[in-house]
Design a protein around this ligand. Structure first.
Ligand code: C5P
Length: 405
């Protein structure tokens, strides 16, 4: 985010207070943030609050209508922005944008800019469900420069429970990060991507299992990056936090607790996928015996007989069709390259992500990661430490270059 130029537009809705979080996080991450507030936005939060958070005066219509010796403000801001996020977006501003109307600083700046625009609508459920609003929302999305986040369903400030709730700040930030990476391109449009994520659990009884520290964050980042780039995504996931699952939208999700369940789900979804990314940390072994009732402590075995579980990705490679590509992950300690190269070959993958798990801020549970990508033709690209979302985008860039896109 450092040094990136992010323009935020705030229109008049109660969700305006949540955008303060977005502005604050961006500014703390080193982004340059400028904010335009409509008159009604200022009924909810003040320009002073916004200016304090973004370390720059907030722009209002009072600035727009001032004579200037420099170029007009909407032109300056429109050309300056790398991305323009409008949150919350009211029904009124949506209607103006849909029809290219420009009667204030915010809407004029939209017309004077060419960067990607992210829309985060927020309104009462009945307002959101009105025919003209639905129509405008569909119409505006036929213009490829517009991207959307939310609205979600939930409790609204008007006490209603329904859709119209603005996407959470974290979701908005994730999409801003994606758009800064891709400049708005949807280069995975038309692609079906199957992604596995999380650590499987091999149960001994209903309570105890053999597991691993994978949280599924890398897999979720891959899903988000793929969706933001226009792909249709299916996620097969081992147990993970509900908050993480809630952070992916427009995705088919299938829960799979054990390696056997994941194998079944992957085999079922595999024929429809163009690209398969096996990011899950799948067990290698499981207890040889499963007891359906919880074992009393005294009945726990002194040693645990184990048996291997199927290698899912290796099995998928035997079924692979010429148009399909299969990508694995190798979470390693020490020398990450030698075992990753071996896995690339023995599992007959198209590419593998060699991922260190024994250094700070990388691997399991961390929000950041680093990796070396290897493909079956010997290409090797090293990705220095970055967010998991960035790493996911770098992987798609690598795969797209490989495919000549
Ligand atoms: O052999 P290892 O577990 O290190 O290989 C890692 C890769 O193989 C990952 O992509 C992982 O999802 C996949 N794998 C699998 N089935 C297993 C074990 C690993 O698909 N039983």
């Amino acid at each position: 985010m450092y040094g990136r130029r992010v323009l935020i537009g705030i229109t008049g809705g109660i969700a305006a207070y949540k955008v303060c979080d977005v502005i604050s996080t961006l500014a703390k991450a080193g982004a340059e943030v400028r904010v335009i507030m409509t008159d009604s936005a200022q009924e909810f939060i003040t320009p002073l609050a916004v200016a304090t958070l973004c370390r720059h005066p907030a722009y209002t219509d009072a600035n727009f209508w001032q004579p200037t010796h420099k170029r007009p403000l909407h032109i300056e801001l429109g050309e300056w922005a790398e991305i323009f996020a409008i949150a919350p977006l009211t029904a009124n501003t949506l209607a103006k944008l849909t029809y290219g109307m420009a009667d204030n600083l915010l809407t004029n700046t939209v017309l004077a800019s060419t960067c990607p625009i992210l829309l985060a609508p927020a309104m009462n459920t009945d307002m959101w469900e009105q025919v003209p609003v639905r129509r405008n929302w569909q119409l505006i999305q036929t213009d490829s420069r517009y991207h959307s986040v939310g609205p979600d369903a939930g409790i609204l400030a008007c006490d209603r429970v329904g859709s119209g709730r603005m996407a959470e700040p974290e979701q908005i930030l994730t999409q801003i990060e994606s758009l800064l990476h891709t400049a708005g391109k949807r280069d995975l449009a038309g692609k079906q991507i199957l992604i596995s994520a999380g650590g499987t659990r091999e149960h001994l009884d209903p309570v105890r299992f053999i597991g691993n520290p994978s949280t599924g964050k890398m897999g979720i980042a891959l899903v988000q990056a793929a969706v933001h780039r226009g792909a249709k995504v299916t996620l097969v996931h081992a147990p993970m936090e509900t908050k993480m699952l809630a952070s992916v939208q427009q995705v088919r999700t299938i829960a799979a607790g054990s390696a056997a369940q994941m194998q079944q789900a992957m085999l079922e979804c595999f024929p429809d996928a163009d690209l398969i990314i096996m990011a899950a940390a799948v067990a290698d072994v499981k207890p040889a015996h499963y007891t359906a009732q919880k074992l009393p402590k005294r009945a726990l075995p002194a040693s645990l007989p184990l048996e291997p579980v199927p290698d899912i990705v290796a099995q998928l490679s035997t079924l692979k069709q010429p148009h399909q590509r299969l990508i694995g992950f190798a979470a390693q300690t020490g020398d990450i390259l030698t075992p990753a190269r071996r896995k690339l070959q023995t599992k007959k993958l198209d590419a593998i992500v060699a991922n260190p798990i024994d250094i700070p801020d990388a691997g399991f549970g961390s929000n950041t990661n680093q990796a070396i990508f290897l493909n079956s033709e010997g290409r090797q690209v090293e990705i220095p430490p970055c967010s998991k979302l960035q790493l996911a985008h770098h992987l798609f860039d690598f795969l797209q270059e490989e495919a000549g896109n």
